[in-house]
Write a protein of this length. Structure first.
Length: 276
C-alpha cells in the first residue's frame, strides 16, 4: 500500500487502512564485508513473513545518505541490503535526513535529499528509495519543514514519494497536510507517558482527529514492565498491535534495544512481525 497523500485521503473515506511497521533500520547492513547484508536478514525475513503488513524501512548510512555522495554510498553492503528490501513488495525504503530541530542549513538538507533521489540512477541493481524521513522535527517551524518536504517531492520528479516527519510528540494539524506519516509519540516503554494501550490518552491526544492513519508510534526499550505494570513480553506486544489496529493507527514500531538492534528480545523484529 502506497501512502501518498492522495491515496491515504481516499482510503480514509473508502476503507480502513492497514496498520504497518515503521522500521528504523539503522543497524549497519553487514557483519562482514560483502556478506549479502547479513545483519539485515532478520528484518528481511520478518518483512517476507508478514506479506499482508505494509512496512516502511528507514535506512541511514550516516545521519544521511553517507559521505561519498554516490548512490548506495558506494558501499556493497548498503547496495546489497537496499536491493533486497526493494525486492519485497510490502516494503518501501526511506532515506534518512535530519532537520536538527530546524537548524540544519536548508542547502545541506536539500543536497542530501537530492543524493537520496539519485540512488535510483544506480543501474547495477534497484536501490532507489521511496521517500524521505525527516528526523528531529519536533517544534519545527512550519515553513522550514514545508520548504524541505516540497523540495523532496520535486527532487523525485514524477515518482510519488512518502514523507515521514518525526515530531516524537503532538504536532499541529497543518503538519499532517505535508507529512504523509507523522511520528506523534516516541519514547521508552516505561515512560509515564508511554501508551499502556494504543489509541487512548497520549496517542489520541497527540493525533488530530481524522489523521490516525498517518500517525506513527515508536517505542524503544521494550523490556521489564510497562508503565501500567504489565510485563514487556510478546503477549503485550500482540495486544498493543491489536489495539493499534482497532484504533486505526497508521504505523508502529516496538523494539527492545535501541534502533541499532533488531534482534534484542522480546521485541525482536521477527516477534513484532509475528504479533500482527
Ligand atoms: C547530510 O548527510 C551527511 C552524510 O551522511 C551527514 O553527515 C549530514 O549530517 C547530513 N545532513 C543533513 C542535514 O541531513
Amino acid at each position: 500500500m502506497v501512502f501518498t497523500r492522495a491515496a491515504s485521503a481516499l482510503l480514509m473515506t473508502t476503507s480502513v487502512a492497514a496498520t504497518g511497521v515503521l522500521l528504523p533500520l539503522y543497524t549497519y547492513p553487514s557483519a562482514e564485508y560483502n556478506d549479502g547484508a547479513a545483519n539485515w536478514k532478520p528484518a528481511l525475513d520478518a518483512i517476507a513473513a508478514s506479506s499482508a503488513v505494509p512496512w516502511l524501512a528507514v535506512v541511514n548510512p550516516g545521519n544521511g545518505p553517507g559521505q561519498t555522495g554516490q548512490p548506495g554510498n558506494s558501499d556493497v553492503n548498503y547496495i546489497a541490503g537496499v536491493s533486497q528490501l526493494n525486492a519485497q513488495p510490502n516494503v518501501q525504503t526511506i532515506g534518512y535526513v535530519r532537520t536538527n530541530y530546524g537548524t540544519s542549513p536548508p542547502a545541506e538538507l536539500q543536497a542530501n535529499i537530492t543524493n537520496w533521489a539519485s540512488w535510483a540512477s544506480y543501474s547495477a541493481s534497484n536501490i532507489g528509495v521511496d521517500g524521505i524521513f525527516f528526523d528531529e522535527s519536533s517544534a519545527l517551524d512550519f515553513e522550514y519543514l514545508n520548504t524541505a518536504v516540497t523540495y523532496a517531492r520535486t527532487a523525485f520528479g514524477s515518482k510519488k514519494i512518502v514523507t515521514i516527519c518525526n515530531f516524537g510528540s503532538a504536532a499541529p494539524d497543518e503538519f499532517f497536510t505535508i507529512c504523509d506519516v507523522a511520528i506523534v509519540f516516541e519514547s521508552f516503554l516505561n515512560s509515564p507517558d508511554a501508551p499502556a494501550y494504543m489509541g487512548e490518552e497520549t496517542i489520541d491526544a497527540n493525533t488530530p482527529d481524522g489523521y490516525e492513519a498517518q500517525a506513527a508510534v515508536v517505542v524503544h526499550d521494550f523490556v521489564g514492565t510497562a508503565a501500567d505494570g504489565r510485563a514487556a513480553d510478546t503477549t503485550l506486544l500482540r495486544s498493543y498491535v491489536q489495539e493499534a489496529k482497532d484504533y486505526g493507527l497508521g504505523w508502529l514500531y516496538f523494539c527492545s534495544g535501541g534502533y541499532d538492534s533488531i534482534t534484542t528480545a522480546p521485541a525482536t523484529v521477527g516477534a513484532l512481525a509475528a504479533a500482527f
